[in-house]
Ligand binder design. Structure first.
Ligand SMILES: NC(=O)c1ccc[n+]([C@@H]2O[C@H](COP(=O)([O-])OP(=O)(O)OC[C@H]3O[C@@H](n4cnc5c(N)ncnc54)[C@H](O)[C@@H]3O)[C@@H](O)[C@H]2O)c1
Length: 302
């Protein structure tokens, strides 16, 4: 499958490397000279090789499968998905979509890497707005699998195609059904950031202790079992028993409906996990412990 990357800086080049490593036909378009983009890509492949994620022959094969161009038509023709990774300026992004859709019509889905713009704003004035959505990656994009897909006004086919292409690139797409600031996870990151700034400002702790506290506590858990599954594992019986265990049943009563939804969702999440990652509470706990040991070895804590 052909996947095009328009704007090949930090984010675009990283995602393009993912796609090339999975054997897809990859084109990178940038206003910068192709040699500059090639240099960025080589740097990413070197980092991945050094970190042990790929070996040298795989890195060379990925590079050989990529084409670098300053010709937009050449880059996007035949692409199933065009990942737009140009700088965070609305007019520039909209003008880029117009140029692409004038060249290749409604054929490719166009996904924007934007961290903060709503898909409806990006698609305003487009020739085929239903083909435009957000596909928000996380830095470093060549390693973090997360891509948040958001396009409440995009067609179902556009959403399905984006999810399918990201999976085929080895990414882990999640669907953000509504246009909310920060999509799914930046909102959570901002909450943690606010708390960290406040703690330092109030002299509660040192900068280092805030980072240590997260790295060796909740951050470690979240890295392995997210937020809701983590909390559920902490109480026998999961979310349904949380109010009972912590003695705030009355306080919880207003939240009963959402707690029920979370409890059902966690049950489903556990049941749908591949067996090797644990698909029972006991199995997930064992997987979690193994994962902790691996991470803690890297920190020389074990
Ligand atoms: N850096 C991050 O941590 C991060 C994380 C998630 C999402 N994003 C989003 O990804 C997008 C790209 O960010 P980045 O960090 O890769 O920026 P960057 O500056 O590293 O790369 C932008 C690239 O776009 C190129 N460019 C500029 N004008 C262009 C044009 N008209 N046509 C084609 N290419 C053009 C530049 O030459 C450059 O190579 C932004 O929307 C940003 O908000 C960034």
């Amino acid at each position: 499958m052909k996947i095009a990357f328009v704007g090949a800086g930090m984010i675009g080049a990283g995602l393009a490397v993912n796609a090339a490593l999975k054997g897809h036909q990859v084109s990178l378009y940038d206003v910068a000279p192709p040699e500059t983009v090639q240099g960025t890509v080589r740097g990413i492949l070197d980092s991945l090789t050094e970190a042990g994620a790929v070996d040298a022959p795989a890195a060379s094969a990925a590079l050989a499968g990529m084409s670098f161009t300053q010709d937009l038509a050449q880059a996007v023709t035949g692409a199933r998905l065009v990942q737009e990774c140009v700088p965070e300026r609305l007019e520039l992004k909209q003008a880029t979509y117009r140029s692409i859709q004038e060249l290749v019509g409604a054929e490719p889905v166009i996904a924007s890497s934007t961290s903060g713009m709503f898909p409806s704003a990006l698609a305003e004035g487009a020739l085929y707005p239903e083909r435009i959505l957000v596909g928000h990656p996380y830095n470093p994009s060549y390693l973090l699998p997360l891509v948040e897909v958001c396009g409440p006004r995009a067609s179902q086919d556009s959403i399905d195609t984006a999810m399918e292409v990201y999976r085929a690139m080895g990414k882990e797409p999640v669907l953000c059904r509504k246009e909310v600031h920060g999509f799914l996870v930046n909102k959570l990151s901002w909450a943690v950031m606010d708390g960290a700034i406040q703690a330092v400002a109030d002299g509660v702790c040192s900068v280092e202790d805030i980072d240590k506290a997260i790295m060796f506590g909740p951050g470690l858990r979240m890295a392995v079992t997210g937020q809701l599954l983590t909390m559920s594992l902490g109480v026998p019986g999961g979310f349904r028993m949380m109010g009972k265990k912590y003695g705030n049943e009355e306080e919880d009563s207003g939240k009963t409906a959402v707690i029920q939804r979370i409890a059902d969702g966690v049950d489903e999440e556990i049941a749908c996990r591949p067996a090797e990652f644990g698909n029972t509470v006991e199995g997930v706990s064992k997987f979690r412990d193994r994962a902790f040991v691996e991470i803690l070895k890297l920190h020389h804590k074990i």
